[in-house]
Design a protein around this ligand. Sequence first.
Ligand SMILES: [Zn+2]
Length: 102
Amino acid sequence: MTDTATQPVADTAATRTDDTAYDVPADATAHTCSYCGRPFARESWLALHRGLAHPNELDDEEIEAFRAAHDEEEESLSTFRLQALGALVLIYFGFLMVYALV
Ligand SMILES: [Zn+2]
């Protein structure tokens, strides 16, 4: 009988799926966080990450970039909410009219 407790479980580097495993294409432009090394496709996403993940380490310029990116994100979220609400209203009354006529 073999002792299974002394055998290695698995190659953890090959099956690594934690937050530090990133697959950035070679021809892609990545904006890398200077605090943790995480890559982002857009500058505004990096600014949002810095403000949310490293709020106590930012300088004034990075705080200003975070606020601008946050305001821009809030504005696009409220635009999306209005569009989604409009689509739901159209679908609801569309089905209501179909139900009334058929
Ligand atoms: Zn970071």
